[in-house]
Design a protein around this ligand. Structure first.
Ligand SMILES: Nc1ncnc2c1ncn2[C@@H]1O[C@H](COP(=O)(O)OP(=O)(O)OP(=O)(O)O)[C@@H](O)[C@H]1O
Ligand SMILES: [Mg+2]
Length: 101
């Protein structure tokens, strides 16, 4: 049998994030194929934002690995990941123009 090619664009492997005793994301495995549209659906506080913050590089995982196109990016600084994030809450100055922001 042929070995299956790893086609995941983003891959979370055993990813976990703890803030002290709080487990924000618990042992999560997820593979996202290139070009797909994925929604994380779950109750408030289940760890959706934390997972995305780890992907973007705003939080460091406590355990596990994150891969983009097969490359482990755990230690890649945020500005070298070439990923974008739009925040859940406004992170812009309302009195400024788009350019000024
Ligand atoms: N900086 C932090 N320090 C301590 N606990 C945190 C921190 N950030 C998140 N948490 C906790 O981690 C858990 C997951 O939070 P997260 O914000 O990822 O949830 P969410 O699924 O995005 O929720 P919502 O639907 O309300 O946006 C929650 O229990 C939250 O209180
Ligand atoms: Mg959230």
């Amino acid at each position: 049998m042929k070995q299956e090619k790893d086609t995941a664009f983003v891959k979370f492997k055993g990813i976990e994030k703890r803030y002290g005793k709080v487990v924000a994301v618990k042992k999560m495995d997820l593979e996202i194929p290139e070009g797909s549209l994925v929604t994380l659906l779950g109750p408030s506080g289940c760890g959706k934002t934390t997972l995305l913050r780890m992907l973007a590089g705003l939080e460091e995982p406590t355990h596990g690995d994150i891969f983009v196109k097969g490359v482990r990016i755990n230690a890649t600084p945020i500005h070298k990941r070439n990923l974008g994030i739009i925040f859940q809450n406004y992170a812009l100055f309302p009195h400024k123009t788009i350019f000024d922001n």
